[in-house]
Design a protein around this ligand. Structure first.
Ligand SMILES: CC(=O)SCCNC(=O)CCNC(=O)[C@H](O)C(C)(C)COP(=O)(O)OP(=O)(O)OC[C@H]1O[C@@H](n2cnc3c(N)ncnc32)[C@H](O)[C@@H]1OP(=O)(O)O
Length: 386
């Protein structure tokens, strides 16, 4: 695939890693003009190859565009080029990125994973089946430190399935309900697999984005009772989930991993920003490579809602089979979960002076209502905090 400009000036290596700066890894811009021109050229290349990939897969819209890459913090393109002694050729691309996915494991249980994904893969028609795809794929695996089985593949074509079978022996799929294909070995290799569902019926699930304060409130509620039938372990697990740093935030695929350098770097960064260039601070300030487990400096890396998923409402679900009882005598005004009656007194119990039921709690007698334990089922109704 040829372009109207000389791509050999942009891509010095046969395979280049490109993040959201739209500049290849290791690219050195002599000045601001050069950097801007280069991003425009790279954008044109990405759009053209992305279009060709979509056509090869029979898609109406390209999966890969320069805008998507520019606006993404965790997608990366590996572009394969060739120096043909003239203006150079583009041979293909491979796009990867992390996705937060709910997937079934071998037992049919739902798992929440933050998996590295193959999002787009294309080798020019004239050069397919010549081993180039393997070279490109291998390079990506090595750079990202991935194994083939830990990858989720987004809507793989028959060609790609055949490719993965042939080169990596990936043939046994774990059936999914979404468009992603994962293979045997996926869970064994998932560093960040997270199991949210303990069983199909019984769980206390919190979104991990709940803050500590909310978790502490829940815990203090629970600590008020002497008789818990939802195991305290569940609550502790809840807290643990909250305490753990979000693996969405420690994604090893980071387009800020690049080490693009400018001859007058700091000044250039400032001028980029002042020109309303689609400026990503981390792209230009961080020349170090960030790996999984590295300390993430929150001042340096900023993540949007889309990336962290924080726009989603946190929730607590108490399975209907679970029993929980609070011995809370007085109304503290919190307004979410309150049983304003003494421990052991059923909701249906009324005297001419007292009705112990409380408007803010919807409680129905369980089978054990009239036992000494006096359990009740609870439904939690939405509260701004949850
Ligand atoms: C998540 C996604 O990206 S899905 C979309 C995947 N992309 C496409 O389908 C676009 C069109 N296809 C291509 O661009 C390429 O064929 C790729 C990227 C899938 C593979 O790149 P290649 O350079 O052809 O791969 P490479 O030469 O290393 O390996 C060849 C193997 O790939 C598979 N393969 C490649 N082309 C074909 C084909 N036309 N039909 C069937 N299998 C094919 C085969 O297993 C083949 O081995 P074989 O020749 O012994 O049968």
């Amino acid at each position: 695939m040829e372009f109207r400009f000389d791509i050999t000036k942009i891509f010095k290596e046969n395979i280049s890693r490109i993040g959201n700066s739209l500049l290849p890894n290791g690219f050195i811009a002599s000045d601001r003009r050069c950097a801007l021109d280069t991003t425009a050229y790279v954008a044109e290349i990405i759009n053209t190859v992305g279009q060709a990939s979509a056509a090869a897969q029979g898609l109406n819209h390209p999966v890969t565009t320069s805008d998507r890459l520019r606006n993404s913090d965790d997608q990366v393109i590996y572009l394969m080029t060739e120096n043909n002694g003239r203006s150079g050729l583009v041979l293909g691309l491979l796009k990867i990125g992390r996705k937060s996915l709910y997937v079934f494991d071998q037992n049919g249980d739902t798992r929440h994973v933050n998996a590295p994904c193959v999002l787009d893969f294309y080798i020019h028609e004239l050069r397919q089946r010549a081993g180039l795809g393997k070279v490109l794929f291998e390079y990506m695996l090595e750079q990202e430190n991935f194994t083939p089985e830990e990858l989720a593949i987004d809507r793989p074509s028959e060609k790609l399935l055949s490719f993965l079978r042939k080169h990596y022996g990936l043939s046994t799929k774990i059936p999914q309900m979404n468009n992603f294909v994962i293979f045997d070995g996926f869970f064994g290799s998932q560093k960040s697999a997270r199991d949210l569902h303990r069983t199909s019926q019984t769980y206390v699930t919190t979104r991990k984005l709940m803050n500590d304060t909310t978790a502490d409130i829940i815990k203090s509620f629970v600590e008020q009772t002497d008789n818990l039938s939802v195991s305290e372990k569940n609550v502790q697990d809840t807290k643990q989930e909250v305490d753990e740093p979000s693996d969405l935030i420690t994604s090893p695929i980071s387009s800020s991993q690049h080490d693009v350098k400018f001859s007058d770097d700091r000044n250039l960064v400032d001028s980029f920003a002042s020109d309303n260039y689609n400026y990503n601070e981390s792209s230009f300030e961080t020349f170090d490579t960030q790996h999984e487990g590295d300390h993430v400096d929150s001042n340096k890396f900023r993540y949007n809602k889309r990336q962290t998923g924080k726009k989603n409402v946190s929730s607590i679900v108490v399975g209907s089979d679970e029993k929980i009882e609070f011995n809370q005598i007085s109304d503290d005004g919190f307004g979410v979960v309150k049983i304003n009656r003494p421990f052991g007194v059923p909701a249906s119990y009324r005297t001419h002076e007292h009705s112990y039921d409380n408007d803010s709690v919807h409680s129905r007698d369980s089978e054990n209502t009239h036992t000494a334990d006096g359990f009740f089922d609870l439904k939690f109704y939405s509260h701004p905090l949850w």
